[in-house]
Design a protein around this ligand. Structure first.
Ligand code: SF4
Ligand code: SF4
Length: 97
């Protein structure tokens, strides 16, 4: 039977053992939270990269990452655009120690 998005495990990189989207030390963020990727959900479509108004996302190895974290304004457009709910915004203290 085909697996649907709703039947996938919850987005929780820490619980799954999958590392979060590469991010900076907390003192390098201006907004207090950054997008975190659940790679198992990601199809590599790059819609999140295209929609980002700050142009701080890029694709490497078929997955999005955050090469310019200081430019992120935590608008959540990437998370809202993602068709598979592979991105969530998390407080830095939780996912980017
Ligand atoms: S939260 Fe907004 S600014 Fe930050 S990466 Fe996502 S789309 Fe770009
Ligand atoms: S929009 Fe979602 S599925 Fe597409 S590349 Fe970004 S995180 Fe992956």
């Amino acid at each position: 039977m085909e697996q649907t998005a709703s039947s996938l495990p919850p987005v929780d990189g820490a619980a799954s053992g999958v590392p979060p989207l590469p991010g900076p030390p907390a003192d390098l963020s201006l907004c207090g939270e950054l997008p975190v990727l659940e790679p198992r959900r990601c199809t590599g479509c790059a819609l999140c990269v295209a929609i980002c108004p700050a142009q701080c996302l890029a694709v490497a190895g078929g997955l999005p990452w955050l090469p310019r974290p200081l430019d992120c304004v935590a608008c959540a457009a990437c998370a809202l655009m993602c068709p598979t709910q592979a991105i969530t915004l998390r407080p830095l203290s939780a996912e980017h120690p």
